[in-house]
Structure formats: C-alpha cells, structure tokens
Design a protein around this ligand. Structure first.
Ligand code: SF4
Length: 401
C-alpha cells in the first residue's frame, strides 16, 4: 500500500441548513468542479460519461437531474460530453427519463448500433484469450466513470470498477466471458453423482441457483444466485459429486479487475475521473431491471481521481452506515446479522464468498491506485450550519428557468 493518500471528496445528503447553498446538488457541483480542475480537458475533447442507464422496470439509477449538472460542467470546461452504456440500455433509456434533451448531450451505444463496434484486447486469463472492448471508449479522449453504488449478486457490490469492467464491453464478452469465468470450475461430477441426487439438489437449493439437464446429466450452478448457504454440500454429504470452490467466486472479482485495467489502458491516467452516487443502495444491480427497497440508507456522493480510493471509501461509508434489516428481501434466508462478525453489509447479504473489497484489492495490486485515502467532506452539515445563507428571494411571479 502506498503511504501517499489519495483524495476522495465526499458530499453528504445530510444538510446543515434548509437552503439550496447547503444542498446535495451544491455539494456535487463542487466535487465535479474540483475533479475537473485536476482533469485536463482540451477544447472539443470527446468526454465519455460512462453510466449504467438501467434495464426495463428498474428506476433506481442515477437521477438525470445529477447527470445533466455533470454534463453542463464538462461543457463549461470545454469538453464535448456524451453519455454511454450498453446498446439496449441506451435504446430504452427514455423510459427511465434519459434523453439527449434531459441529459444535455448525445447518448451513444458503447459498442455500436449492433453491439459489434469493439476491439479485442488480450488478457489470457483462465483460458480466455481476449475481451471485446467497446469502441466508444476507445474513441473518447476523457473518461468520467459515473457509477451508482449498490449491491451485486455476483460479487457483492457494483460501483466504479463494475461500471467499466462489465459496462465497457460488448454483451457476449460481458455475459459469456466475464460472468462466465466463474462457471469454468466444474460444479457437478457426474461420475460421483446420480440423476436422482441432481434432482434432489435442484429442489433443495433455497435460491433456485441450480438447474439440471437430464439428457446431458449436467447440473449447473448459477453463481450469481448462489448465496453459499452450503445446503447442497450438506446433501452431498462428502460424496464429492458437487463442489463449491472459493476460487470460482474470486475468479470473477479478478476478471473484473483485469477488464477494468484494459479499459483504463486506453486513457491517459490524468484524463479519467470517478464519481460514485450512494443513493438507492439496493440488494441487486441495476441490470436486473426491477424496483427494490434500499438496504442501506442514502449516503451522498464521492469523487476522486483514484479508482481504488473511491471504491474503498464507498465501501467503507456503506459499511459504516450498515444494513436496513427490515428492507432485506424476505427470500434471503441466510443473511449473517451477527453484530460481532466484522463483515461488510454486502457480504452479510450475498454470502461469505462475495467480499466486495476483493476486486478493489486486485485493482490495487495492479498499481492502478491506493486504498490509502483521505476523505474530504465538502460543505459538511457542521460547516454549512455556521455559514450565513444568502438572502432568500421569494418568487414574485412564475419564472421559466
Ligand atoms: S450453496 Fe446454497 S445457494 Fe449455493 S448452490 Fe448450494 S444450495 Fe444453492
């Protein structure tokens, strides 16, 4: 770990005055201003604002209100911003309120109209030779990684790293190669099991994570849905027909780090900035496309030039805030709520093998940042409580702007 601390700016949703100058929007504006000062933008630089615009019925993505403010700040700095995400999310983004008009800039499918505008990048990891990196990121001069912090079924947490690692590639790379890496380890040993045992295991999995193809005698574990409750291992009773290797879960975390590294290699480090919005912190990722109760209270926004620092700070803030236990989905039966266990809220919910810090540690080992950070609070409630608010002007007539 580097001894030099990386700066992470933090703006809380909590305000110290009932006035716009102390509001979250004012704090976010300041964070963006500070980051843009440290991000050289040449006139007309194409600035990719990488977001997750959500799917189908999911409405808990980053409010367009904030996106527009960030876009306007980039324009003021001389850049030509565009919002970008996977093609499907872009094509139906209007359903969730994102349009060129509302965002204030074009919205461009990250890997082209048919998801084929990509460039292969070599990785050679666990037998996977290349990933198809999205063309819009290669074309961009500057990257604003604007991520919504929330839980994730496959790795516990989705934020700045996941936004690039899964969102920076074509669909087939994302689903078959990056997600697929955790299925490379065989779950089912047909030589040791029987079709009867396989069927019993499918019926017994409390999370519906197992499916059995009788013709091929193949029992498949969907690691995204697996909460590592170990019921299947108990039923197996030491026979060895099923295996749940910890390495399969780690493989996805390491793969995300590798995929992130490849995205970042296409930018000069000074031309990248990160913003995480910590609101509507749900159990699952926005990809699942449905509304969910938040399991952690709204916290605020963090911004940094360091991807490891921002992700560590985000996870630490979420850990400090803790779970809203009554909001945990009722079908999660194995949540570890032992207060003595030093576990992150996302590990408590998603299972012991899904440690949200793991991928961040891989990225740190790659030398892409440091977990040693300084949290700098912008317009804290204590600070604004002591400040003299501007004189309130009451509206005399309707205004247009
Ligand atoms: S560990 Fe639990 S959740 Fe995972 S596959 Fe086995 S029974 Fe299902």
């Amino acid at each position: 770990m580097s001894s030099e601390k990386s700066k992470v700016y933090f703006g809380s949703f909590q305000h110290g005055r009932s006035s716009t100058f102390a509001s979250f929007a004012a704090k976010l504006d300041k964070i963006v201003e500070l980051l843009l000062e440290e991000t050289p933008i040449e006139k007309k630089d194409k600035v990719a604002v990488k977001m997750h615009l959500g799917f189908s019925d999911g409405y808990q993505t980053i409010p367009v209100f904030f996106v527009r403010r960030i876009v306007e700040a980039i324009k003021k700095a001389g850049g030509y911003p565009f919002v970008t995400d996977n093609p499907t999310s872009v094509y139906n983004a209007v359903n969730r309120g994102y349009t060129s008009e509302t965002c204030g800039c074009p919205i461009i499918p990250i890997a082209g109209v048919k998801d084929g505008y990509t460039k292969p990048v070599e990785i050679n990891y666990r037998g996977i030779d290349t990933l198809d990196l999205a063309g819009a990121l290669i074309d961009a001069d500057v990257l604003v990684d604007l991520a919504h912090a929330k839980g994730h079924g496959a790795c516990g947490y989705g934020g700045a790293i996941k936004n690039l690692a899964l969102g920076g590639y074509s669909g087939p790379t994302r689903w078959r190669k990056i997600h697929g890496v955790s299925s490379l380890d065989e779950y089912w040993d047909k030589a040791k099991g029987t079709p009867e045992l396989a069927k019993k295991l499918v019926e017994s999995c409390p999370y519906g994570a197992l499916s059995y193809d009788e013709e091929k005698d193949n029992l498949r574990r969907n690691y995204h849905d697996c909460r590592q409750c170990m019921t299947c291992l108990e039923i197996d009773g030491g026979l060895g027909a099923v295996k749940l290797p910890r390495e399969s879960y780690t493989a996805f975390q390491e793969m995300m780090a590798i995929a992130t590294q490849k995205v970042l290699e296409t930018f000069k480090p000074e031309k990248v900035m990160y913003i995480n919005i910590l609101n509507q912190i749900t159990t699952y990722c926005d990809c699942l496309g449905f509304g969910q109760l938040p399991i952690v209270n709204d916290i605020g926004a963090v911004g940094s030039k360091d991807i490891v620092a921002i992700e560590t700070a985000t996870l630490d803030l979420i850990k400090k805030e803790g779970l809203i236990e009554k909001n945990i989905p009722s079908y999660f039966k194995h949540v570890n709520l032992d207060p003595k266990a030093d576990l992150h809220p996302f590990t408590r919910v998603h299972g012991p093998y899904k440690d949200p810090y793991e991928t961040v540690q891989f990225v740190e080992k790659m030398g892409l940042g440091t977990s040693n950070y300084e949290l700098i609070e912008i317009l804290s409630p204590e600070e604004t409580a002591k400040m003299e608010p501007p004189k309130r002007v009451f509206e005399g007539e309707p205004t247009f702007f």
